[in-house]
Design a protein around this ligand. Structure first.
Ligand SMILES: [Zn+2]
Length: 185
């Protein structure tokens, strides 16, 4: 499992491993936690007390420290795994669902014609549809989009980046994902 790391105001920052989270606990960097303790790490025996040190790692942790105001404004980095997850592994042209290996990052306006490599100009397409569309605009080949692109929010981005998301982590993140997101489907 991974631990969801937030800043002190509750904004998602990263997925970290249990080990990385334990280091934050040990260095007194945790401001508050949410959810149940999901992992217990045992350390060495303290000579003074004879007790074994024990760290309970929670599934959601908020770390102390300043909050960069830029975090809200920047849009999340575009990667193929996140793009395919945003679009639920469904080709925007034929509507079929594919495995990641059979999907491509399709530029609605081709890059060679000035289209941006951005969340708003990229959509998930199967290899067949991408090849058929080629270097043209959708309307030039009479292909229409079955759904529209959008820029994921910070909370949504954390869901798209997560590998194995626990129920309480998902509940926390989804609470801040806009209603119109496909992640609610
Ligand atoms: Zn297709």
């Amino acid at each position: 499992m991974d631990v969801l790391q937030l800043d002190v105001s509750g904004r998602p920052q990263a997925w970290v491993t249990v080990k990385e989270a334990a280091i934050l606990y040990a260095s007194d960097a945790i401001a508050w936690t949410l959810g149940e303790a999901c992992h217990v790490m045992r350390g060495g025996v303290q000579r003074a007390t004879g007790l074994q040190s024990r760290i309970e790692v929670h599934s959601i942790i908020a770390v102390r420290g300043a909050v960069p105001s830029r975090a809200w404004r920047s849009s999340p980095a575009l990667t193929n795994p996140k793009l395919f997850a945003r679009d639920r592994f469904v080709c925007a042209y034929c509507g079929a669902r594919f495995a990641a290996d059979d999907l491509t990052r399709e530029h609605i306006i081709p890059v060679s014609r000035g289209g941006a490599d951005s969340w708003m100009n990229c959509i998930t397409a199967c290899r067949g549809c991408n090849g058929r569309k080629g270097n043209r605009l959708p309307e030039e080949v009479h292909m229409s989009l079955l759904y529209l692109p959008y820029v994921p929010s910070l909370h949504e981005d954390m869901i798209l980046r997560g590998r194995r998301i626990l129920a309480d982590q998902m509940e926390f993140l989804l609470a801040s994902v806009p209603r119109n997101s496909r992640l609610h489907d």
